[in-house]
Design a protein around this ligand. Structure first.
Ligand SMILES: Nc1ncnc2c1ncn2[C@@H]1O[C@H](COP(=O)(O)OP(=O)(O)OP(=O)(O)O)[C@@H](O)[C@H]1O
Ligand SMILES: [Mg+2]
Length: 226
């Protein structure tokens, strides 16, 4: 059974109802690390938002473990979003008035699991190399450090899926490598299924599979030995 599957997925956007994603069909197995590549405007972010249930397709089906997202009840959808899906954006969107640790614990707070997640939150902070920044505010940290906090936040609920839209897009090459290494490790150790949009061919080549979009169409789907 595929962890994530899209069938005949299409998306229209704007007043012109332009077809942005065209008859996409693919599935992702549990534990895969997939990069989504393609030129600017090819539909990568649009697709990633739909995969992560932040947006809906115009036509077609998105399913997680054979469960059609459109047929899920509200509580089921909530649980999928809050517990099983993590999202990392190009910019970190940390809350400026909260410390690194408080930001990381935000999803746990929302889920009413603040107490039981505290220790784990500290351990992920440590694993992204920021134990000594635990009580710092975002403005007291560098861009790369903030992005690592955002990754830690996306992982606090131990999601099965992690979606990332150019997570290294605003970082220099040293920080990009560091963030990418964290993704590799999460994928390996936590068996998290990752779909990452990237412009960086070197990073894409270092993932297990590359899905290439051109004008909203899937033109290449390549698995590589890792
Ligand atoms: N709300 C919208 N209304 C109309 N068109 C939109 C809307 N959002 C995105 N588009 C169009 O959809 C297409 C795909 O956009 P998308 O943001 O998915 O591209 P992308 O591959 O992520 O590009 P980039 O690499 O620049 O981030 C673009 O042509 C864009 O102009
Ligand atoms: Mg984009």
């Amino acid at each position: 059974m595929a962890a994530l599957k899209v069938e005949h997925l299409e998306k229209e956007l704007g007043t012109q109802k332009s077809l942005i994603l065209k008859d996409l069909n693919f599935s992702v197995n549990e534990g895969e690390f997939v990069s989504l590549i393609g030129k600017s405007g090819s539909g990568k972010s649009t697709l990633l938002y739909i995969l992560s249930t932040l947006d809906w397709p115009t036509r077609g089906v998105v399913s997680f473990f054979d469960r059609d997202v459109a047929k899920m009840s509200d509580p089921e959808l909530h649980k999928l979003r809050n517990r099983n899906i993590g999202f990392v954006f190009q910019f970190h969107y940390l809350l400026p008035e909260l410390t690194a640790l408080e930001n990381i614990l935000m999803p746990a707070r929302k889920a009413g699991m603040l107490e039981q997640k505290k220790e784990f939150a500290e351990s992920i902070l440590e694993s992204v190399g920021l134990k000594d920044r635990m009580h710092h505010l975002p403005r007291e940290m560098s861009g790369g450090q903030c992005q690592r906090v955002a990754i830690a936040r996306s992982l606090v609920m131990e999601p099965k899926f992690l979606f990332a839209d150019e997570p290294t897009g605003s970082l220099d090459s040293a920080n990009s490598v560091m963030v990418f290494d964290i993704f590799k490790r999460i994928n390996k150790e936590m068996k998290t299924t990752i779909v990452m949009v990237t412009h960086d061919p070197e990073l894409a080549a270092a993932t297990g599979r590359q899905i290439h979009l051109v004008d909203g169409m899937l033109v290449k789907d390549e698995r590589v030995e890792s």
